[in-house]
Write a protein that binds this ligand. Structure first.
Ligand SMILES: Cc1cc2nc3c(=O)[nH]c(=O)nc-3n(C[C@H](O)[C@H](O)[C@H](O)COP(=O)(O)O)c2cc1C
Ligand SMILES: [Fe+2]
Ligand SMILES: [Fe+2]
Length: 393
């Protein structure tokens, strides 16, 4: 009985990654409700053996154990680094130490990072550019530069004869569940969440990368997180839509309230939008999961932000949310800000300062003193109707 499960995903191509079932936070920012995986792959040609990406620091032994079950880690010839972030490149020093003759294969920018982050000496690296290939004996690796997904050095590797694409973070999902795409019940929601968190700020680069791989014959997409896509069309089609910024008749509502005045305004807004047939995704920032917000930002056409005034500006939770909305660069077209204040206000002004430079068109902004009055409610209903007209026009 072997110690590890090392599935063969294609002839002489093995998954040697690890499952991090218990991880609950990524980049000290993104919640991981189902953990994640760090997928690494071993490709055995008749002459050369290649390891594609590695794993998060702390899993070196497991990676080595898995590789050793189907080959000998000491005999690896090439170590491909598609991306320099430590969740995939963190075990490079360990691998290069065991595989004394292995050469690290990466982009020019990747080489600089491998030196800086992992102390890889120049003589152990080979830099590749777009379209370069490496022969393994009956198998050919082709490198596709795909920068800024989501770091400057990123590339994809394509195994020509086997028709397998290794796009690293691109097309991935954070979940430790399942192995193939069709084994994961919520594959698209998880992939969408991941896209929103990691790739959405780089949607243009994502669209470019999709164009670049458009004429490749792809049977399997083997990303660095989550399930392997043996139905590649499904994820590619979703990414086409997301990178193009296609939105739904949908509003994401994010708010925070201390004494429920803002919440009362938000409720009226939401009821009216729902009555107009608009889809609503609502999050109270106090208990919202950032990944869920990122997921719904991917295809919402509008945002409603609700915040009381606190110390002359927005509530700190709303500042955080507004900053994230700006940084993630979602395809939002319209926005509304609703706020309650006690004496001097200030939240609306600050919302304008943060979101002003974005492309979001402000359809309404209302600041009320204390709990909303009947007049205020009427105004909110009016704003909601205007918003829904914009959304459905
Ligand atoms: C900690 C704290 C700080 C506040 N700072 C301000 C302020 O600087 N200016 C202002 O007009 N109101 C301020 N307020 C009053 C709130 O904005 C006001 O009570 C508002 O109606 C609260 O809305 P909510 O019920 O949605 O929490 C503050 C309230 C709290 C609790
Ligand atoms: Fe990454
Ligand atoms: Fe990653």
């Amino acid at each position: 009985m072997p110690e590890y499960n090392v599935p063969q995903i294609s002839q002489d191509v093995y998954w040697v990654g690890v499952r991090d079932w218990n991880r609950r936070m990524f980049d000290a920012l993104i919640p991981l409700p189902q953990g994640t995986t760090y997928n690494a792959y071993l490709v055995k040609g008749s002459k050369k053996t290649t390891l594609i990406d590695t794993v998060n620091p702390g899993f070196e032994r497991e990676l080595a154990g898995k590789v050793n079950q189907v080959a000998d880690l000491a005999d690896v010839d090439y170590l491909v680094m598609n991306h320099a972030e430590p969740d995939h490149a963190g075990a490079i020093p360990h691998v290069l130490n065991v595989s004394k003759a292995a050469t690290l294969v990466t982009t020019e920018k990747g080489a600089k990072m491998a030196q800086e982050y992992y102390g890889v000496p120049e003589e152990r690296m080979r830099t590749v550019a777009d379209g370069d290939t490496i022969e393994l004996g009956g198998k050919t690796l082709k490198f596709i530069e795909a920068p800024w997904l989501h770091w400057p050095e990123t590339m994809f590797t394509y195994l020509i004869e086997s028709k397998v694409l290794f796009p690293c973070d691109f097309l991935g999902s954070h979940t430790a569940a399942g192995f193939y795409d069709d084994e994961v019940e919520e594959l698209i929601p998880f992939a969408k969440r991941y896209y929103g968190e990691i790739m959405m700020p780089f949607s243009k680069m994502g669209a470019k990368a999709l164009d670049k791989i458009d004429d490749l014959n792809i049977e399997l997409i083997a990303p660095s997180h989550g399930p392997i896509h043996r139905n590649p069309g499904r994820i590619l089609e979703a990414y086409r839509k997301w990178t193009a910024g296609e939105t739904e008749e949908k509003v994401i509502v994010v708010y925070v309230t201390m004494w429920n005045s803002t919440e009362a305004m938000i409720k009226t807004m939401v009821e009216t939008l729902l009555g107009e047939g608009i889809e609503v995704a609502l999050y109270n920032l106090i208990n919202a999961d950032l990944g869920d917000i990122a997921k719904d930002l991917v295809d919402s056409r509008a945002i409603v932000l609700g915040t009381p005034t606190v110390l002359g500006g927005m509530h700190p939770q709303a500042i955080y949310a507004a900053h994230l909305v700006k940084a993630l660069r979602p395809p939002l077209k319209y926005g509304v800000v609703l706020s309650s204040y006690g004496w001097g206000g200030g939240a609306l002004r600050q919302a304008g300062e943060i979101l002003g430079p974005t492309k979001i068109e402000v359809v309404g902004a209302l600041e009320v003193n204390g709990p909303p009055s009947d007049d205020d409610y009427e105004q909110i209903v009016e704003i909601a109707r205007q918003l829904s007209a914009k959304i459905t026009q």
